[in-house]
Design a protein around this ligand. Sequence first.
Ligand code: BGC
Length: 761
Amino acid sequence: MTRLISRRAFVGAAAMVSAWSLVGGPAFAATTRNSGHASPRVRRLLAQMTVDEKIGQLNTMPSAVAGEAAAFNPAQLPKALSGQLEEVRAGRIGSIFNIGNSAVIRELQQAAVTGSRLKIPLLFGADVIHGFKTVFPVPLAEAAGFDPVLCERTARAAAIEATSVGLDWTFAPMVDIARDARWGRVVEGAGEDVHLGKLLAAARVRGFQGRSLTDADAMVACPKHMAAYGAAEGGVDYNSVEISERTLREVYLPPFKAGFDAGALTTMAAFNDLNGVPASANSFLLDKVLRGEWGFEGLVVSDFGSDKELVAHGYAADEREAARLAFLAGVDMSMASGLYTKHLPDLVAKKEVPLRRLDQAVLRVLMVKDRLGLFDDPFRRIDNAQKPSPIGRSDFVDLAREAGRKSIVLLKNDQNLLPLPASGKKIALIGPFADGKHDLNGPWSLFGSNASSVTLAEGVRAALADPSLLIVVEGSKPTRAIDGGIAAAVAAANAADVVLLAIGETELMSGEAHSRSDIVVPKAQMELAEAVAATGKPMVVLLRNGRPLALDGAVLAAPAILVTWFLGSQTGHAVADILFGRQSPSGRLPVSFPRASGQVPYYYAHKSTGRPNPASFVQPFSTRYIDMLYLAQFPFGHGLTYGLIEYASLAIDNAQLGLGGTLTVSAIVTNRSTRPAEELVQFYIQDIAASVTRPVRELKAFRKVALAAGASERVAFKLTAEELAFLGSDMRMRLEDGKFKVWIAPSAEAPGVSDTFDLAA
Ligand code: BGC
């Protein structure tokens, strides 16, 4: 039987939508919805505002204080602080972003609340992505922890530090699903999977926003970039996106919905064109889905100049039209371009933008300020300068180390090379990332400094009983050889018992506008790796990376490989904790590592072809390249522990699942080694035949299980019929009777243990 499911039951992928052909077109009339929650105080304030003052509230500008913002955003001409203060007093700015200096924040807020006519406080935003001064692992790394509570804790710590200088609003979490490893911004999100993406989006929002937004240490969160930015064609940043409505709703939108359900009150419209309508003017996304279907009440900010970019997209003839289109589609606040201040006055005067719509957008901005408690006390965060300052608190430092450890993924460990003994062995730590205060924090650390982060050499040295047994050699630069570098590295390797090879990507090889066409370890480092490997010394590869890499040659052949991403403040200590076995690795890949760049986009939850991917080359005319299998080198969910984990005895408590019923699927997981381990047990399903083809596997749940040496545990997952629903070809959620396969497995492409059951709804 087939059943249609109500939207109430499936808010994440709403039913009853109209035809995709209408996307972004003028068919979606501007609505008046979702401003009903503004308080009487805010409504009274609105009644006193002139049109220009209203428009001022819709304008956010980068800080005029050089330094932080300037390094990260495209060339801009911020006015000097004096000019910005004047704008604030004149009511032409409602928000300022990317300032980390509390004295400047105070001065600006003072100007707003004493110098402007209506004394409306400013909203201070910033890219607090993975920490403020204490830097946690980049979000992709942290996602490898498969640990929502950890993400909530690091976001909380980041908010406590950031609010202590007066910041109210973080442009995070970045919740874009990323399935093309070339895309530089894969580093900023939770990876390729929808289920994990949803959990981490919600956790990060909870962490940033804390218990109550009025708390002096709470920041309002901003899931971004709405939407499908991660599906950029060719993995080129800012590129156009062409995806079906199904893919949009099933893959790219759910993490946003999860973030809003967790209470996020703002979102950022993306740079990309989505099926012919740029996201920053896409009323289907911003009005129909976001406000209409999801009931989002908060404020939508453009991305940095994304309103103005409608002209370059070929969607608006000029900037005036761009301002009108972005605004009417649902972008309430313009970031950095100044387009609204420039053109909305005339657009409103000529009634091309109805006053009612202007009021609605202003109410949303004021509502966010109100919910943050800024009208009661505009200095609540600025005056929150706690004594002692929370910045760099020792528990945050410990948390950075814990998060670092939990983010590390052990890809390979032949003959149990790891963990290493902390004494008695001579170690050669070789490579451009072995030492030096660089490339530790990752590409999106606006306020933290590499100079205060712990290098690998420092971490390893601190862990060794006799630090003089460590030799550190650079070997090569990240992208070029150095004179005598390889010879020195080979000599060091020959003199050592074991080599740690610290290679990979610099911070500038991922992040915004830093996509790569070839996601490999750069040539100079490969030459170093080959030469060091040729010494025959046991070699542990320590990868530094902001994305999945296509590993090859001596690197892939190394007996042990640890993915260490960019781990932030405590990098060296976190890596040493794993290397020397103070902790068994527990991280898992949140993104598949492909075999070669030419294979991307590659993700585990793909569909099956009519000639499914074979596991070997034996089968001709099947889904593979002539020179490479269409399987991951290291799939999503993969990661080893220092234990030896075995999966057995899958049991399903009921051969048939009915509507409203629950099924329990369990398996016995055993640690057959003499070391304790923490195993990430993963639960996948496949709908074997459906009226719309379904992915070969979908992650539905996971659990981390601590297993002492020799210990066993039966790990169980519950499944309801409703969790098996999908979007039918009519874009309505439906449940269809039939067979499902389930796996409990250590990765998305490992066989684990599996069985089938029937859905009879
Ligand atoms: C990025 C956003 C960021 C904004 C403000 C843009 O270039 O795409 O993610 O929040 O700048 O810094």
